[in-house]
Design a protein around this ligand. Structure first.
Ligand SMILES: [Zn+2]
Length: 257
């Protein structure tokens, strides 16, 4: 199983979003073993509020402890003049496999022009861009789809499958945008069933959002896995969603080879 939505735990303290005691990558890999997760896509938590090259360095270093099990995504403040250069550093020098944005927290609209140079760097690297989605005003599926349509060479991902309020819009966005993937992560059960029934099966992904809590054990991640395992869908589609699609999007075989 590949978990496409995991946060590196907050550093806590000043500048940290949560008063947590950060756990190590090795500790988290042990939890992945318990949960049956082979690979996790890891992005920042603190850096959504305070994006910086230093935080990208911390995410890269955390993931480097278990490079065969953890894949890093970076983030930048898209309004800064060096945003494209830092994107290039993430995907080049730091070896990150994609980018994560949370436009609602990071305070920009997904289809603003400032995202274009970033998307062009992602296209050059064949790297996907994942967005938080499901919360207006800045994280609606169709806003993200608008950017995806301007950059048809860049795979973009709705990181939460529309959440409670936007899964219908998420389905419309994905079915109308060939380079838009959908990660079921916090999507309600009715929404998950509708997404799986209507979206192309090769563009379904799954994520837990692990890493939000202070403790390394992630009870809600286990619940989300149980939910998706109990979802009444074809096994072939479940296997694609839980493993094969993410492997292809991340080009994991190239990494191993
Ligand atoms: Zn998240």
């Amino acid at each position: 199983m590949i978990d496409f939505h995991v946060h590196k735990p907050s550093e806590g303290g000043e500048g940290g979003r949560y008063d947590s005691r950060p756990y190590t990558a090795a500790d988290y890999v042990a939890v992945m073993d318990e949960l049956g997760i082979d690979v996790s896509v890891v992005f920042t938590l603190d850096g959504l509020w305070h994006p910086s090259p230093a935080e990208n360095d911390r995410v890269a270093a955390w993931v480097a402890e278990a490079p065969d099990r953890l894949v890093a995504f970076g983030t930048v403040d898209p309004r800064l003049p060096d945003a494209a250069a830092e994107t290039e550093r993430c995907l080049g020098e730091l070896g990150m496999r994609g980018l994560k944005f949370h436009p609602w927290i990071q305070a920009f609209c997904p289809h603003e022009a400032c995202m274009d140079p970033i998307a062009e760097v992602a296209a050059a690297h064949g790297a996907p861009i994942l967005f938080h989605d499901g919360t207006p005003p800045y994280s609606t599926p169709l806003q993200i789809a608008a950017l995806a349509r301007r950059h048809p060479d860049v795979p973009m991902v709705l990181g939460h499958g529309g959440l409670q309020d936007h899964w219908r819009e998420a389905i419309a966005a994905v079915t109308g945008t060939p380079n838009l993937w959908i990660c079921l992560c916090g999507t309600p059960n009715a929404g998950m069933r509708a997404v799986v029934a209507r979206c192309p099966s090769q563009r379904l992904l799954f994520g837990t959002d692990a890493g939000l809590g202070a403790a390394v054990s992630q009870p809600f991640a286990a619940e989300r896995i149980a939910e998706v395992e109990q979802l009444e869908i074809e096994e072939e589609v479940r296997a694609a969603m839980l493993d094969g699609n993410a492997r292809a999007l991340l080009r994991l075989e190239e990494q191993v080879g």
